[in-house]
Design a protein. Structure first.
Length: 389
């Protein structure tokens, strides 16, 4: 019997934030990621209606690509709502998710009283414990299909999700990177894999000007500004949006100091980030260096955190400089184009795309359609639309 596949973007379609995608393979109901953002959340009402579900308890499996909040922020809710479903992630992603929610705390989930906070803490622990940790390149046999995680780059633990039925081969890329970084290699897919459908997180699919040279230039300018402030005697505070991103920034800064792109000064981190980094060391993801210290410090230096920087400016007469940073890697426009040409699937579903600030919404599709070797048809997934693929 031919496999029937239907796809609905519940969030993170033609926008960034709240990435959550419903995939129905015959009678099996799957969620790819379950993200959230400060003002965005997945709209489960899109599938709580015919021809799909009566209840979220009918979700069979949830696959988490990586630990950033916009891909995993709704996990606590779903773990309690999808009582019949299994949740899968890599071991490092599971560990990072635990730290992410531990850092944000129950109050972030809406707890106002001590009783509510206790309840939310129980929900968080239950959600984390329900995640089944699976390594890369190990097929997970499930009724009706097989799933395999492959290394995605981007951040440690990130995975591409390959779903295979007897007659279909579907790849969900999640966020991925085509170049190695201080923390990860580029994505790694076994030679010879073929896909008829790729669900692609294409942050820069509408940004032809987003090139590797531009990224390198921006990084150099950032390092130059930090270097200049440190040389002038300032203490520099690098502010990040969440704990896992602070960990990524720590690695980038340590790497720059090792390469003498920055002067080696004390780098102070808070206890949450230190605990995370120490736990990752035990999982063979090494980040900490001798100049990293638990903050706040007693001499001028560099601070990394995701809280109010005033808490770190404890030295008398300290001159402080604050900069918001984010080093997570995403493919450039050209790298997305090359990825599609490399695997040449029948269908490309583009999701997690940034705003069309360059007036180039369909530029990637137009360029590839002009290529005789490209057979791909493009879907720019809109929220709530049902796509039969």
């Amino acid at each position: 019997m031919k496999t029937r596949v239907r796809f609905v973007a519940l969030g993170g379609g033609q926008e960034v934030g709240a990435s959550c995608y419903f995939l129905q393979i015959n009678e099996w109901n799957i969620l790819l990621d379950c993200g959230k953002a400060p003002h965005l959340a997945p709209q489960f009402s899109f599938i709580l209606r015919p021809p799909f579900l009566e209840s979220l308890r009918q979700i069979n499996h949830i696959f988490i690509s990586h630990s950033h909040y916009d891909h995993v922020g709704e996990l606590v809710y779903l773990a309690s709502a999808c009582t019949q479903g299994s949740i899968y992630a890599t071991p490092i992603t599971k560990a990072l998710i635990a730290y992410l929610f531990w850092d944000m705390g129950a109050t972030y989930l809406g707890a106002k009283t001590s009783r509510q906070q206790e309840y939310e803490e129980i929900r968080i622990k239950t959600a984390i414990s329900s995640i089944i940790a699976e390594g890369y390149c190990r097929p997970i046999p499930l009724p009706g299909y097989t799933v395999t995680f492959y290394e995605a780059g981007h951040i440690p633990g990130a995975a591409m999700v390959h779903i295979k039925t007897p007659d279909r081969s579907i790849l969900y890329t999640g966020d991925f990177s085509c170049q190695p970084s201080a923390l990860t290699p580029s994505y790694i897919l076994p030679h010879g894999l073929q896909f008829d459908t790729i669900i692609m997180c294409g942050l820069h699919a509408k940004h032809p000007s987003h090139t590797a040279a531009r990224i390198n230039r921006q990084t150099r300018l950032l390092m130059k500004s930090i270097h200049k402030k440190l040389e002038a005697g300032y203490s520099v505070y690098l502010e990040t949006a969440q704990l896992t991103k602070a960990w990524e920034v720590l690695q980038v800064i340590n790497d720059a100091m090792e390469k003498n792109s920055l002067p080696t000064v004390p780098v102070y981190i808070d206890r949450y980030l230190l605990s995370l980094a120490e736990n990752m060391e035990r999982m063979n993801v090494r980040v900490l260096k001798p100049w990293n210290h638990a903050g706040p410090g007693t001499v001028p230096g560099l601070w990394i955190g995701r809280k109010d920087p005033k808490a770190f400016y404890t030295l008398p007469n300290m001159q402080g400089y604050t900069k918001k940073v984010d080093f997570s890697l995403h493919p450039t426009y050209r790298e997305l184009k090359h990825f599609i040409l490399t695997y040449n699937p029948k269908t490309v579903i583009l999701v997690h795309t940034g705003d069309d600030v360059e007036g180039a919404a369909n530029c990637l599709e137009a360029e590839l359609m002009a290529c005789a070797a490209c057979r791909s048809q493009f879907i720019y997934a809109e929220h709530g639309e049902i796509y039969t693929i």
